[in-house]
Design a protein around this ligand. Structure first.
Ligand SMILES: [Zn+2]
Length: 455
């Protein structure tokens, strides 16, 4: 053996082991323990059985391969062709395949691969035209009227090993229905924050004025409007909702100023066209703080979309004044604040009424999520980190769940291999993030658990 080979071996062996922690026994043991956890998914968009966005296919209306991808996050990166009514599968695949070639390394593409691999036994990266057509056929059959509910249940509760999921039904925010035995409603307050006039929300299921009318409640003044909002909180509790959610980061920035009731009343009841932008903004700011108070009063923790959305105004740092001034409100910063994962950790470190929900993060960037878990665990108690799939179909929920378990196992395994964490503590942290933290934060979930211990 030459001196050069010896040096090469000495340098390569530890480096190789470190570079791919997935090849270690530690990673495999952690992944196995996480697969055994019956997860609580704190954020999904699983639609009711009858309300899936179906396509007009050669076999009739239904869910096909194009529908699965178009309900994934790949369209955030590339213009994947939408399904045209009546087109052939071959035509769609011919147009779609070159687009998939552009995103082979992207997390928004790769997170769905485990669904095809494990549920359909195909490798999407190398799929032939015939295999793609067969996959399309099998997806269509799984979502047929007779199979759909069974397929969703089998994938979500069986393959993805999820026990309960919190559904943000943005297609009917104030409906508060629970559509599956394993789903729990969330009160989406986004439209409540902006409803200075009935015409701001044309959809009755999003419109607090429509709710007021149905329930015979007057709503001519701001005070009466606030009473209607409170009545909606009571309805949410009665319906079994366990938290609030807002996605206002899609329509404005997250800096919510403290505004007087008089200032908020200026916009109330006025036609939108007659309300200056700063007046409407003041109304929204006031409502955000009102909802923070009600969140504490009704013990409905507040899930807030942070990061991404309107990227220029969604940094969670913008929420810190409101977080500090409302210590009784439990704030849940969504998506780990992507891309501001470090800022999100710093906020949770300083403010003990803050939880970090990592839903969507590993789907947007696997590497950033892995780094974020490591940084957060160094700066925040492991009891204040959560997970959700943020997905609408069985396949995307499965892909998110597998991706999360792998990412978390990889993040924790690196810490164990480096000697920064004991393996049994890493396993406990996995159980906390996947399940126990959600049960502690939303104690009303306890009564909805249905799986027998050890299942
Ligand atoms: Zn979402």
């Amino acid at each position: 053996m030459t001196r050069r080979t010896v040096i090469g071996a000495a340098l390569l062996t530890p480096a190789a082991a470190f570079d791919d922690v997935k090849s270690t026994q530690t990673f495999r043991a952690l992944l196995k323990s996480m697969e055994a956890v019956s997860a609580i998914d704190t954020h999904t968009h699983l639609r009711p059985n009858a309300e899936f966005a179906e396509e007009e296919t050669e076999r009739g209306r239904g869910i096909n391969l194009a529908a699965i991808w178009n309900n994934s996050y790949v369209r955030r990166l590339v213009d994947l062709p939408r399904w045209q009514a009546g087109q052939t599968f071959t035509a769609w695949w011919g147009a779609a395949k070159p687009v998939f070639e552009q995103v082979r390394a992207a997390s928004v593409y790769r997170y769905l691969l485990p669904a095809f691999q494990d549920l359909y036994k195909v490798d999407f990266d190398t799929l032939s035209g015939e295999q793609a057509a067969r996959l399309d056929e099998r997806i269509f059959s799984n979502y047929s009227t007779e199979n759909r509910a069974k397929w969703i249940r089998e994938v979500v509760t069986g393959h993805a090993h999820i026990e309960l999921m919190l559904v943000d039904s943005y297609w009917g925010r104030l409906d508060l229905k629970s559509d599956y035995p394993f789903t729990v409603p969330v009160l989406n307050v986004t439209t409540l924050m902006g409803a200075s006039h009935p015409s701001r929300n044309p959809q009755p299921a999003d419109n607090p004025f429509a709710f007021a009318k149905q329930n015979g409640l007057p709503v001519a003044t701001l005070d009466q409007y606030l009473a209607v909002v409170e009545r909606l909180f009571q309805k949410a509790i009665e319906a079994g909702a366990v938290c609030l959610k807002t996605t206002s980061a899609y329509s404005r920035d997250l800096r919510f100023a403290k505004v007087s009731r008089e200032r908020a009343a200026e916009a109330f009841g006025k036609e939108p066209a007659t309300v200056p932008a700063d007046q409407q903004r003041a109304f929204e700011d006031f409502m955000f703080w009102e909802i923070c108070h009600l969140s504490a009063q009704y013990d409905l923790p507040f899930q807030i979309h942070t990061g991404d959305a309107r990227i220029q105004g969604s940094n969670p740092i913008l929420l810190v004044d409101a977080i500090e001034a409302n210590p009784q409100t439990k704030f849940i910063l969504f998506h780990g604040g992507y891309p501001w994962v470090g800022e999100t950790g710093a906020i949770a470190m300083k403010h003990h009424n803050v939880w970090i929900d990592s839903n969507w993060l590993a789907t947007l960037s696997y590497s950033m999520a892995k780094r974020a878990y490591q940084e957060w665990l160094e700066a925040v108690p492991s009891t204040r980190i959560l997970w959700g799939s943020d997905s609408p179909t069985a396949e995307t929920i499965y892909g998110s769940a597998v991706t999360l378990r792998r990412c978390l196992a990889e993040a924790l395994a690196e810490k164990v291999v480096r000697g920064e964490l004991r393996q049994q503590d890493a396993m406990r942290i996995g159980r906390q993030i996947l399940r126990e933290n959600a049960l502690a934060l939303f104690p009303r979930l306890q009564q909805k658990l249905w799986r027998k211990p050890g299942e």
